[in-house]
Design a protein around this ligand. Structure first.
Ligand code: PBG
Length: 328
């Protein structure tokens, strides 16, 4: 037999050695739990996302308690808004008596140390289902107005921050919104409120189930004039530099699993913390394959989350957060 001095398998020979040489480990403090809520009194199962629930306010408080108990540092709120409150100017987005401000106040009162992340975008409030204000041109083309939208987003962010949100998270992909929101918050004496920017948010097929959960699919057109083309990575660096320069505190890549290269690029090109969002379609790919008996559910969840962290994410939004935190 030829001598073979270099044998990587020596570092894999037993579980204890593997534990010693492991480069990446998950902890509950890496995880952020997204939670859906609605104004009704019942907790509703979400048909497009089996295993997820649209929580009533009391149900939401119970989930927050669970996250805090499990050591999950933050939750991200996504509201399903009653159809009657949606309009083309998305006014409900900055109603101080609206669902999100009410939820923030209740949560902050009961769980002051749990970080609250609130989404800044118009899609749940907009009768057009777009993240920005829509102008339907006579030639049948749906235009998403950039600068007009930013003014509404700034009002929405102030409304959430005044109610007590710790982190506002613009997920809309309008140009210049981070700078405008930072300036508006600072002017309103909310300089302590952080901004988590959805910096590289791709126009992805993996958001489908989420839009079902909020009933927020665009009525006309698609989101490709504001969300990024999945084919591009250098363009993500441009967005990174803009958001960083405009005052973002945390940069996010979304989706996560199909964009690990972008997560790595971000962690190598910024000193800011990097978040990644394992989105609804990623969740459902694992859930449905596991349900069919085609893969080991828990192993697949751990592998997917470990890979996202290995790529460079400091924090991960995942619908599996509380389940996984319980097992860590
Ligand atoms: C919209 C928003 C979306 C998601 C989070 N915020 C959907 C979209 O851009 O159409 C998707 C999250 C998921 O799929 O889990 N502001």
């Amino acid at each position: 037999m030829k001598p073979l001095p270099l044998r990587p398998r020596r570092n894999r020979k037993c579980a204890s050695i593997r534990a010693l040489v492991r480069e990446t480990s998950l902890s509950p403090s890496d995880l952020i739990q997204p939670l859906f809520l609605h104004a009704g009194n019942e907790d509703q199962p979400i048909a497009s996302m089996p295993g997820c629930t649209r929580w009533s306010l009391p149900g939401l408080l119970q989930q927050a308690e669970k996250c805090q108990r499990l050591g999950i540092p933050a939750i991200a709120l996504f509201p399903a808004i009653d159809e009657t409150l949606k309009s083309s100017d998305a006014q409900e987005a900055f109603n101080p008596e609206g669902l999100i401000p009410r939820a923030i106040k209740l949560l902050k009162n009961d769980f002051p140390d749990l970080v609250l992340i609130t989404d800044v975008a118009l899609d749940p409030y907009n009768s057009d289902g777009h993240d920005g204000l829509v102008k339907n041109n006579s030639n049948g083309i749906t235009e998403i107005l950039n600068d007009e939208t930013i003014e509404v987003l700034a009002r929405q962010a102030i409304c959430q921050a005044q109610a007590g949100s710790d982190v506002v998270a613009p997920s809309d992909m309008m140009d210049g919104r981070i700078g405008a929101i930072r300036a508006a918050l600072d002017q309103a004496e909310l300089s302590h409120t952080s901004i988590l920017a959805y910096t590289a948010k791709y126009a992805s097929a993996f958001y489908g189930p989420f839009r079902g959960a909020l009933d927020s699919s665009p009525k006309n057109g698609d989101k490709k004039t504001y969300q990024m083309d999945p084919a591009n990575s250098r363009e993500a660096l441009r967005e990174l530099h803009l958001d960083q320069h405009e005052g973002a505190d945390i940069l996010m890549v979304k989706p996560a699993g199909a964009y690990l290269d972008i997560i790595q690029t971000f962690s190598q090109n910024s000193y800011l913390p990097i978040a990644a969002y394992q989105v609804s379609g990623e969740y459902l790919m694992i859930e449905s394959a596991a349900k069919a008996g085609w893969l080991n559910r828990e192993a697949a969840i751990f592998e997917s989350l470990t890979s996202i962290k290995r790529a460079g994410a400091n924090m991960i939004l995942t619908y599996f957060a509380s389940e996984i935190a319980e097992k860590l």
